[in-house]
Design a protein around this ligand. Structure first.
Ligand code: ADP
Ligand code: MG
Length: 801
């Protein structure tokens, strides 16, 4: 174990290359005491010397060793924020950016700012700024040299979030540029002790390997208890939770027979309170182990908590603290997840009320981002919930799967921060042995068209040459480039002997992946949504459709706006209530879908109707609960609408849209316009109903064909178009559940396809009837031509040319 004194002693053997400025910080004595106990403090001199002498430094150390809270303070004290530049720290998660800024502010007695997607408190006096990695990426787009910063710390680099990866790649170029210009800048990459070789041994990234400073953390021994039974496929592992509780009970006899608290009522309050974000905390009877939310059997509820994209994974830690806590005390249960209000998050850092023991039920935000003090027991379900995406077919599915060994060990380590701890794994050691060693970098398992567009906007035309810490597959890059060309966001590749259609669909050699961005692409890149939706926003001006397009896009980018009412019910009573609410939601969906013309906008009309109705009702929790809408999703949509409106206004000020919360429903002609805008954005997601003569195999009944899949896809029974079965539809995505279902379906008129998706069509020879005619206004001869949807050979209506 390292003592506090060893740091300075080691450092004094080397001479610092620059005189250190020292800015004094006025810390409270108790803060000073707790800082001195952090392992990173022993390394202050070593770290600061490495930073002075190198542009790039990698710092790794166990979670909880003090990297995030202390390194910005070291830099501040050494004068890195006293010139014109400030200290910037990026976090992959919003929750960490906010909570760390508060913590550092408290420790330093100083204003420390944060900036996350929708909010922040940055002022011109800001010296230290925590932000999400996405925020810094946007700033690079505005100022490539990041002149406001003297140091950037990329925190949690081991999480390998896509934006973090790209930031490291970009900063590996920006820092030398800054140094050349005489505006020196430093990059510090901080990571838990996980596979730093991806950064340090990557010569494309850093031609000379940066120094790696390891902080030895005090880690107390953790006894890991495996479950003996082979775990059930049921991920909630109810049986496992019970078995762990039984074992815990043996080790620490809990008080029996404490049935004073009615668990089910408490849980209801607990659930409700979470939605309201004002948690009045339940006291849960320990004999009712099933009171642990990990045991709820409702994965979507817990997963749904974290619907902000970067936090799709789900891990559960349940632990009680304080060794000497009386085991007969009731648990004081706190939730911890990304979107929880900051005041609620802060509660996990405070001692629990007298006479209770703290139990935190967390997603994997507690795995590395936040260190909860004094955790002694960790219950690890061993699972993560991840989105799986098939690059070739574009089919997505959410799957709960085993986590990696590295992250399971990380979870276990959380129990040994202040004294020896225990980790109860709800799975057997044999299963653990089969886990992959590390979790994959996110960039390898998701579509990359949005990144490619962002990079092109930074004028990085040859994305394949970009120094990614882990390079996405060539296939994924090609697919992204093709999509962007077809959306018009990139200039078409230079034509060779092939037709542009062939260039689009045949695999482009990776050396050709260098199409520059188009003016439309620049506008699209400034919208904080993925390219298909950005295209819709760019087209939205027509016929005053923009407010509707904004509402639809906002609703489509929020993961799920409807409550999951198909979940298994716990009791008969609940089951009949669920049935009632399902019926109510189905009725509302029909109402929102409208009739006649609007019905053809399909599921997107339902989204629009739901958003409109909810806004009319003032977007209240009550309205959402009564009508099967997820309250949090509706609030998110509201914020997103505001944000998209600002983005559109700043790109095309002449349009001047404003968010009218209470929109009147679109007119018939606006609905037609909306359907066309949707088609233009989702053109590569066109599907055609199987025709009678093709119905050889019964599985194709009511099925649709898509360009990329061999198997049929279907319209979901809950879709507004389930009964209509239009000949052509576009869909938002295909999600594989019991069948391959299209989500977000909208009907398309066949004649729009050759008109709006020329890039996907092949035009044949002119038709003889009607005979060619002279167009009076243009003076050109016009005629009808046959058209086919390229690649599938679907016959489309003839088009006037
Ligand atoms: P690392 O970044 O190396 O994981 P941190 O700097 O996040 O470490 O944490 C250092 C210590 O500060 C931890 O022991 C943690 O418990 C404590 N800490 C962090 N935030 C708070 C807070 N809001 N209140 C009390 N302690 C905190
Ligand atoms: Mg940290």
């Amino acid at each position: 174990e390292m003592s506090e004194e060893s740091g300075p002693a080691r450092a004094s053997s080397k001479k610092p290359s620059e005189p250190a400025i020292f800015i004094s910080v006025d810390r409270l004595p108790e803060i000073q005491d707790s800082r001195l106990r952090l392992p990173v403090l022993a390394e202050e001199q070593v770290i600061m010397e490495a930073v002075r002498e190198n542009s790039f430094v990698v710092l790794c150390g166990e979670t909880g060793s003090g990297k995030t809270t202390q390194v910005p303070q070291f830099l501040y004290e050494a004068g890195y924020a006293s010139g014109t530049g400030i200290i910037g720290v990026t976090e992959p998660r919003r929750v960490a950016a906010v909570s760390m800024s508060h913590r550092v502010a408290k420790e330093m007695n100083l204003v420390v700012s944060y900036q996350i997607r929708y909010e922040g408190n940055v002022t011109s006096d800001t010296k230290i700024k925590f932000m999400t990695d996405g925020v810094l990426l946007k700033e690079i787009q505005k100022d490539f040299l990041l002149q406001r910063y003297s140091v950037i710390i990329i925190d949690e680099a081991h999480e390998r979030s896509v934006y973090t990866d790209i930031l490291i790649g970009l900063l590996s170029r920006i820092v030398p540029l800054r140094n050349k210009k005489g505006l020196p800048m430093k990059l510090i990459v901080m990571s838990a002790t996980l596979r730093v070789e991806d950064f340090t041994e990557n010569r494309k990234l850093f031609p000379t390997p940066p120094p790696v400073i390891k902080v030895e953390a005090r880690q107390f021994p953790v006894s890991v208890h495996f479950n003996k039974r082979t775990p059930l496929e049921d991920y909630t592992g109810e049986a496992e939770v019970h078995s762990v509780c039984r074992r815990l009970r043996r080790a620490f006899p809990f008080r029996r027979g404490n049935t004073a608290t009615d668990y089910s009522d408490e849980m209801k309050k607990f659930k409700k309170a979470k939605h309201k974000r004002t948690v009045s905390l339940p006291r849960i009877d320990l004999d009712n182990y099933s009171a642990l939310p990990v045991d709820e059997g409702d994965e979507d509820r817990l997963a749904g908590i974290d619907d902000e994209g970067s936090d799709l994974e789900l891990g559960d830690d349940a632990a009680d603290t304080e060794e000497k806590a009386d085991p007969s005390l009731p648990l004081y249960v706190l939730p911890l997840y990304s979107l929880l209000a900051p005041e609620q998050q802060a509660k996990v850092f405070q001692p629990p009320p007298h006479g209770t023991r703290l139990c935190v039920v967390a997603t994997n935000v507690a795995e590395t981002s936040l260190t909860i003090p004094g955790i002694k027991y960790v219950v690890d379900c061993g699972r993560v919930k991840k989105r799986f995406y098939d690059r070739v077919t574009g089919v997505s599915s959410f799957k709960v799967s085993w986590t990696s060994q590295a992250s399971a060990n990380q979870r276990a380590g959380r129990s040994g921060r202040t004294e020896p701890g225990h980790c109860y794994r709800l799975y057997s050691s044999a299963v653990f042995g089969d886990f992959s060693l590390f979790s994959e970098a996110e960039i390898t398992r998701r579509p990359v068209e949005d990144l490619v567009l962002q990079m092109k906007d930074l004028n990085i035309d040859k994305v394949v040459n970009f120094p990614f810490p882990t390079t996405p597959s060539a296939e994924a890059l090609v697919a992204a480039e093709q999509l962007l060309v077809s959306l018009g966001a990139l200039e078409e590749p230079p034509r060779t002997g092939r037709s542009p259609l062939q260039i689009l669909y045949l695999t482009i050699p990776s050396s050709r992946l260098s199409c520059p961005i188009s003016p439309l692409g620049r506008a699209m890149a400034s919208f904080p949504v993925s390219p298909r939706y950005a295209k819709m926003l760019a087209l939205g001006k027509q016929q005053d459709c923009l407010p509707y397009v904004i509402a639809v896009v906002a609703a489509m980018t929020v993961r799920e706006i409807f409550e999951d009412l198909d979940r298994p019910a716990g009791s008969e009573d609940e089951s009949s209530k669920l049935a009632q609410r399902r019926a109510r939601l189905a009725q509302m969906r029909r109402l929102w879908a409208g009739q006649g013309a609007s019905l053809l906008l399909g599921d997107l009309m339902v989204l629009l109707g739901a958003v409109g109705a909810c806004e009319f009702a003032g977007c209240t929790l009550k309205f959402c609960e009564e009508n099967g809408l997820r309250y949090k999703a509706m609030l998110e949509i509201r914020r997103l609408r505001g944000q998209l409106t600002n983005a559109v206004n700043s790109v095309c000020p002449e349009v001047g849209v404003f968010v009218d919360c209470k929109m009147a429903p679109p007119t018939e002609s606006q609905v037609v316009c909306l359907r066309q805008i949707v088609l233009a954005g989702l053109g590569d997601h066109l599907a055609r109903r199987v025709q009678q003569e093709e119905l050889l195999d019964p599985k194709w009944r009511n099925g649709y064909k898509t360009p990329l899949l061999d198997e049929p896809v279907y319209i979901h029974p809950s879709s507004a178009l389930f009964k209509t079965l239009p000949q052509f539809v576009v869909y938002q995505e295909v999600l594989e559940t019991t069948k391959m279902y299209m989500r977000g379906v909208s009907a398309v008129e066949p004649e729009w396809v050759p008109q709006l998706l020329t890039q996907y069509c092949h035009f044949g020879s002119p038709l003889e009837t009607p005979s060619p005619w002279l167009c009076a206004s243009t003076g050109r001869v016009k005629c009808h031509c046959t058209s086919t949807f390229f690649r599938c050979g679907w016959q489309l209506p003839a088009i006037e040319m």
